[in-house]
Design a protein around this ligand. Sequence first.
Ligand code: ADP
Ligand code: NA
Length: 327
Amino acid sequence: PSSGRVFSGIQPTGVPHLGNYLGALESWVAMQGQYSSVLYSIVDLHSITQAQDPQLLRHSILDMAASLLACGIDPNRSILFQQSQVSEHAELSWILGCLTSMPRLRHLPQWKMKSKQKNEGSVGLYTYPVLQAADILLYKSTHVPVGEDQVQHLELAQDLARIFNNQYGEFFPEPRALLSTTRKVKSLRDPSSKMSKSDPQKLATVFLTDTPEDIAFKIRRAVTDFTSEVTFDPEGRPGVSNLVSVHAAVSGQSVEEVVRLARGLDTGQYKTLVAEAVVQKLEPIRLEIQRLRADRGHLESLLTQGAERARALAAPVLREVRQRVGF
Ligand code: ADP
Ligand code: NA
């Protein structure tokens, strides 16, 4: 494995969907064998930048832990932990916040999108990317898997590493983005937008806990167009092309191979094939989530162990930071 250290975080927003899996989690699993050290954090501090119901949040954290484990995140090959259990994140975030100018944050995507939706936003939402920078730098991470939408946030982490190093002496490596190369999974009901957990249309999103029947039903209702042949043309035919690229991704085949397989089928018949391929990929994950969810004590203890291991890496880094800052 490469000598780098990978860090990535995911908000505890309940069970992930097919887009999260293909766009992020599948590569998280693969990275466990590719880097000498890998940390994945359930970033609950980030999630409270918007109002959360405490019961539901606690539940969602364990659901996310179960989901990550079921996808193949292996506590023996990576450190899986809950962000708020390692208080060093919050402390480094404060220090980095003091190195960040107000205007630097104003145009970052999280604030622009979410504060507009609510017409106002908390200080926490505004400094959200500073906390992300702290997450990454706290472990002196070198590689950060991100979606395209997060590139600007990673650039802030890079800037803050540089600013800190300039002010207090060379210390943080500059973290590099590992950009997801998978095509965004589109909403099944509106292929002009991406699949998202917050899609109000119930049939638009496939979740990792969907049964084979749920999946078949949703894919059968997926929006296509008036051409019955199966072709790959994301601009002209976004609906059927989304099915093709999902099919390719879940079956590990190329788009060309999948289109060849679909020859002679109309889009209606093709949907059955896609649903089967998605079920084949997701069914073992669904069953494993179900199994893991049944034992909350086990999940909690795995997270406690993960936090201890994360803290063992974070504490010496923060100690050094504090010293350099003059505490
Ligand atoms: P959501 O859009 O449902 O709120 P998040 O923003 O929490 O999902 O994204 C978590 C991870 O999943 C990120 O790495 C993001 O890039 C990836 N992701 C989210 N939606 C999709 C999608 N439709 N296709 C591919 N990757 C996605
Ligand atoms: Na999002």
